[in-house]
Design a protein around this ligand. Structure first.
Ligand SMILES: *Cc1c(COP(=O)(O)O)cnc(C)c1O
Length: 384
């Protein structure tokens, strides 16, 4: 069905930061499957892990244990604040699981009155009814109402609004540490610290949606580390298995125990092929040297983007962290996306006027230079 306005491009092959179309034309890919292929395309270690497992054991359901799932869960627990993991198949499903866990935890501990979720304007959490009910953007909700009851919205980065909204009926606050689809809007570090404090004081869970910001994107394995603010529950997906569909819900023990056998499930969740791929990806992305390199390349990219801003008045603002950047333009972004593509660079535009750059984390500085040259040439053609 026609649910995407697609680019006129048929892609047939990928390797590292590059993809090729059916005519053999090469493109530098700064979309990376929308922050999914963090290790680039056709990463040999991920491909080998998945291929080996594909020939060994593909699916048995979660009625039984499998080694890849156990090892992946152990690794996620070792590398994060979490004590327990629930596996699913997408970002929206991870958010659904987070909403259900938050409600159930509060219902058991405080009773059914404490069921409200406080969410952010301009957020994006996915397209299923629960995730959509938490998404604070009218354009996604329109025509699907009534959505789930019990969701209230406050402006992002506005502590006073949160302070007056969180009450006895609030079970959780849900936010993206850096709003991705909403236009690459990072949280103020002081705001997140204050949100954490407020949640502690009022016995409210703090839920982070790290579907886009996770798996090294910000130069830390997860963005919460960068802010020094630990959530109680975290939704992960996108880059978890570097291109294979996998999501996960992470939580501390005390919260996780609200899910008991039968309360939540997923037939495919955490299947051995995906888990083997994710474990291979995590081994690379979770290494401190790898993350240091992401931070260094991120700082380099930031400098170069600020240079662009000083050269092109059409750039209103440059925002981002690590290798997740947005250039807010004074004009529509679609012509820039088209001009870049014609010159061999794939970039995404969100919110109509924010050019979003999400290069694979393995990108080389020379590839960043090459991409930015194409971007500069495209901006050159813009009025202003
Ligand atoms: C992409 C995204 C989702 C939805 O993930 P799907 O896999 O498309 O369901 C949820 N939250 C955030 C922050 C995202 O960027």
């Amino acid at each position: 069905m026609h649910t995407y306005s697609r680019q006129p491009l048929l892609l047939v092959k990928g390797e590292g930061c590059r993809v090729w179309d059916e005519a053999g034309r090469e493109y530098l890919d700064f979309v990376a499957g929308l922050a999914v292929c963090n290790l680039g395309h056709a990463h040999p270690a991920v491909a080998a892990a998945a291929a080996t497992q594909l020939k060994e054991l593909v699916h048995v359901s979660n009625l039984y244990y499998t080694t890849p799932q156990i090892e992946l869960a152990e690794e996620l627990v070792r590398l994060t604040f979490a004590d327990r993991v629930f596996f699913c198949n997408s970002g929206a499903e991870a958010v659904e699981a987070a909403l259900k866990l938050a409600r159930r935890y509060a219902a058991e501990l405080f009773g059914p009155e404490k069921h409200r979720l406080v969410c952010m304007h301009n957020s994006f959490h996915g397209r299923t009814f629960g995730a959509l009910s938490a998404t604070g953007q009218e354009k996604f909700r329109q025509g699907f109402e009534p959505l789930l009851p019990g969701f209230v919205f406050v402006p992002f980065n506005d502590f006073d609004a949160l302070d007056t909204t969180v009450d006895d009926r609030t079970c959780a606050v849900l936010l993206e540490p850096i709003q991705g689809e909403g236009g690459v809007n990072p949280a103020d570090p002081d705001y997140l610290l204050a949100v954490r404090r407020l949640c502690n004081e009022r016995e409210v869970l703090l839920v982070f949606d790290e579907v886009q910001t996770g798996m090294g994107r910000t130069g830390r394995l997860f963005a919460y580390e960068r802010f020094g603010v630990t959530p109680d529950i975290m939704a992960v997906a996108k880059a978890l298995a570097n291109g294979l569909p996998m999501g996960a819900l992470l939580a501390k023990e005390e919260v996780a125990q609200a899910f008991t056998p039968g309360t939540h499930a997923s037939t495919f969740g955490g299947g051995p092929v995906l888990a083997a791929a994710a474990k291979a990806a995590l081994e690379i992305v979770g290494a401190p040297e790898f993350l240091t390199a992401v931070r260094e390349k991120g700082a380099y990219l930031e400098d170069r983007l600020q240079d662009l801003k000083s050269r092109f008045p059409v750039i209103r603002e440059v925002r981002g962290v690590g290798l997740m950047w947005g250039l807010e333009l004074e004009a529509e972004g679609a012509p820039v996306v088209d001009a870049c593509r014609e010159q061999g660079l794939l970039v995404n535009c969100t919110q109509g006027n924010v050019i979003r750059l999400l290069p694979p984390l393995i990108v080389e500085p020379a590839e960043l230079d090459q991409g930015l040259e194409i971007l500069a040439a495209a901006l050159e053609k813009m009025p202003l």
